[in-house]
Design a protein around this ligand. Structure first.
Ligand code: GMT
Length: 381
């Protein structure tokens, strides 16, 4: 099948899921065309069956604000025609799904049929979906898509509650991991550099947006640190990063909090971690938590959104109410308090992650594509 993929090319979860899915589909022989404004961060080295089409912004002097959605739409039309795409899979509702709906309408005027699959990833519904500036467009794009998927049951229910969706059937297809990426051994030099005296390493990886509640990461860590020696490893970058770094310093934890910024491969810091903290306000799935578990790292997270669909409380980690950093710290100390318990949680976290193996998830997308292409094929174009 020839498939167009539209996603954010950044380190965010939706871009990672789209890129890894595209890579896996290409490896199975599908022809993948990524249409984005820069090369997807997880694209890696050149692979057969994979193509990248850059959406280049215009330098027209009248544009104070670039009409990115329109430029993207034209690019989708161009690539669909040039490469005779069978289907367009867009990740994140805006502007990708709304642009795809317009591209499909333009192609229809040329007698071409291009089914659209929209995958909703989370904040496109839970944050933007509630914003009146975007709600009508998101609602329209969802209802007009030929198929809609969500990454968790929780996100499906949020979508149905917020948009009604006129009886539209929404399929839930979870995030996934490619286990072979998690087979390497930890970088002992890196571990020694972060925790020279073998202190346990608590890690948080995110884009440091307010929804991640990075203050709660720090508060949980400080509570742990009051009881045992430990280090906090912060990976990623975003609006709250500098503030948290400053706060850690003001509170006297400068040497215990290490911020390494954005890196391409989050698996390296995960391999040297003992616990992963994800106390988000809302989290449709929590890919970062799943990646931690696949690295054998138990997770302490908030009991919100799709996180309970990923982490089993008391088995692969612990779930607590949003903001309850005392309980999160208590659970962290519980796991770290006994090497045997830590080892059990590590094994259980790894075992749980196997439920989200790419080999289980990929056929769900392929099944959906096949259904859609054969259904659409039957329609007059
Ligand atoms: O978490 C983020 O801020 C990034 C965001 C994105 O849109 O890239 O991630 C969302 O999509 C991921 C992949 O499906 C999910 O695993 C994340 O849970 C989800 N983030 C939120 O819901 C906050």
């Amino acid at each position: 099948m020839r498939i167009g993929f539209v996603c954010y090319p950044t380190f965010g979860g939706s871009g990672v899921v789209a890129t890894e899915l595209g890579k896996a589909l290409a490896a199975k022989g599908h022809e993948l065309h990524f249409i984005t404004y820069s090369e997807p961060a997880r694209m890696g080295s050149l692979k057969s069956n994979m193509y990248y089409h850059e959406v280049r912004l215009s330098n027209y002097p009248l544009f104070d604000f670039q009409p990115y959605e329109l430029i993207l739409t034209s690019k989708m039309v161009e690539i669909a025609m040039q490469h005779r795409l069978d289907l367009l899979h867009v990740h994140y509702a805006i502007p990708h799904a709304s642009a795809a709906v317009m591209a499909r309408a333009i192609l229809a005027t040329k007698g071409l049929n291009l089914p659209i699959v929209t995958t909703l990833h989370g904040t496109d519904i839970t944050l933007l979906g509630k914003d009146p500036a975007f709600e009508p467009v998101i609602s329209y794009a969802i209802n007009e898509s030929d198929a809609v998927t969500t990454v968790s049951k929780s996100l499906k229910s949020d979508t149905l509650n917020l948009f009604g969706c006129d009886g539209k059937s929404i399929e839930c297809i979870p995030n996934f991991i490619c286990p072979k990426q998690y087979t390497g051994s930890p970088d002992e030099e890196l571990r020694k550099h972060i925790a020279p005296e073998g202190q346990p390493i608590l890690t948080h990886i995110s884009n440091f947006r307010p929804v991640k509640r990075v203050d709660d990461v720090l508060a949980t860590f400080i509570e742990v640190r009051k009881n045992i020696p430990a280090k906090l490893l912060l990976v990623g970058d975003g609006p709250d990063r500098s503030r948290i770094e400053k706060r850690a310093e003001e509170l006297g934890y400068r040497d215990d909090v290490i911020c390494i910024g954005k890196i391409k491969n989050p698996i390296e810091p995960l391999r040297i971690s003992d616990l992963f903290l994800l106390p988000s306000e809302t989290e449709s799935f929590g890919l970062a938590a799943l990646e931690a578990m696949a690295s054998g790292v138990p997770v302490i997270a908030s009991n919100t959104g799709g996180l309970p669909e990923v982490i089993e409380h008391g088995v692969s980690g612990f779930l607590h109410e949003v903001g309850d950093t005392q309980a999160m710290a208590k659970s962290a100390l519980n796991i770290l308090g006994s090497p045997l318990r830590l080892e059990a949680f590590q094994k259980q976290a790894k075992a749980r992650s196997e439920a989200f193996h790419i080999d289980t998830v990929l056929p769900k997308y392929e099944g959906l594509y096949n259904r859609l292409v054969s259904e659409e094929g039957a329609l007059p174009t």
